[in-house]
Design a protein around this ligand. Structure first.
Ligand SMILES: Nc1ncnc2c1ncn2[C@@H]1O[C@H](COP(=O)(O)OP(=O)(O)OP(=O)(O)O)[C@@H](O)[C@H]1O
Length: 344
């Protein structure tokens, strides 16, 4: 995919109002067997903010902690996962919610203020019930409308999203994968939430349907002025849809910044590697893969967790943990040698 073209088409975001603030967040999977405690440090000291009316991407290879982070920020964690430190706070237009201080408030905010678009629509669509039941189950009680006004609202929302009202009478298996994903986007946005979490929503779709679904998410986000946290390992999808991008490695942030700047001039060697491994039209050279594999989060390396795989690591990298500091490209980066590597 030609990331340059996709990036050039994107309008800039101009409203720097924070809707989500995460401070020093640590969330671990903690198991104890026969008195031996095992901690998987999936989210390990994350600070970030998401602004109103932006698409904020979270990238990183498998097991870097992306899903654990979004579960934690949505207050959707279950044992053995536990938040051991830090805070997650939302500001929904003046309505403040401290996710771990006020769990009941967070529960009440679901659908109306915060909703999800998941990978694979079948997690929200019951295979043996018509689509309309999903709307009735999830959205009806949050909207305070009588049944006919609710039906009218759902139908006009579907219409704006290019879906015919007849989908409400269909069973999920009667729709294509792309159509089902459009329905789940409609379901997640019918209450006009301020905050939408999209977890790998296009991963199972083919490229053309993927473009269509991305366009739809961007359009709904723009119309509602919502914030979207968009998680995927696919950097070309981030290039197409996100305004700012965070790169996760082994439970921590490696880099964060405006998506375009991050693609143009990655400051962290891991970001540079992710961008360099994207296929480019006309380039027939073999892409060099990164040596080694992501570390175990039960026993991560000392210092910078990326240092055993980093082509420019120095002694300091194995001893000290680099902090996220302002980067030369208007973002933040956690690297003692920030900016010293170029994309091949
Ligand atoms: N229930 C669990 N118990 C123990 N460890 C877990 C559990 N769920 C996830 N993990 C571990 O937490 C770490 C982060 O996993 P997570 O699913 O958040 O990563 P991810 O970046 O979303 O990966 P993927 O892209 O493959 O979904 C991994 O090491 C994973 O093995």
């Amino acid at each position: 995919m030609m990331t340059e073209t996709l990036l050039a088409d994107r309008p800039a975001t101009t409203t720097p109002v924070d809707v989500l603030t995460i401070k020093d967040l640590k969330a671990y999977y903690i198991n104890e067997h026969f008195g031996v405690r095992r901690e998987v440090r999936a989210v390990d000291g994350i600070d970030l903010t998401v602004r109103r009316n932006e698409v904020y991407g979270i990238a990183g290879e498998s097991s870097s902690g992306k899903t654990s982070l979004i579960k934690t920020l949505a207050g959707a964690i279950r044992p053995p996962m536990r938040v051991v430190e830090g805070s997650v706070k939302f500001d929904f237009g003046g309505k403040h919610i401290d996710v771990y201080g006020e769990p009941a408030k967070m529960q009440a905010a679901r659908w109306q203020h915060l909703s999800y678009i998941m990978q694979g629509s079948m997690s929200v669509l019951n295979p043996v019930r018509r689509i309309k039941h999903a709307f009735n189950n999830f959205a009806y009680r949050h909207m305070g409308l009588d049944p006919s006004a609710f039906r009218h609202r759902v139908e006009s929302h579907l219409d704006r999203l290019g879906l015919d009202a007849s989908v409400l009478e269909a069973f999920p298996h009667q729709l294509s994968g792309g159509m089902r994903q459009r329905v789940t986007i409609a379901l997640a946005t019918v209450c006009e939430p301020e905050f939408i979490i999209a977890d790998e929503p296009t991963t199972a779709l083919d490229v053309l349907v993927q473009q269509d679904v991305l366009g739809l998410i961007k359009e709904v986000q723009g119309r509602l002025g919502s914030s979207v946290v968009f998680v995927t390992h696919d950097m070309s999808v981030h290039a197409a849809i996100t305004d700012r991008l965070a790169i996760m490695y082994a439970g921590r942030l490696a880099e964060e910044g405006p998506t375009q700047a991050l693609f143009d001039k990655p400051q962290h060697p891991y970001t540079a590697h992710l961008i360099a491994s994207l296929p480019r039209i006309g380039d027939v050279s073999t892409r060099k893969s990164l040596a080694g594999k992501p570390p175990s989060l039960a026993n991560p390396p000392s210092g910078c967790r990326f240092h055993p795989r980093c082509p420019i690591a120095i002694e300091r990298c194995s001893k000290e943990v680099p902090q996220m500091l302002p980067s030369a490209t208007g973002g933040r980066v956690a690297c003692f040698r920030a900016g010293e590597i170029s994309v091949q």
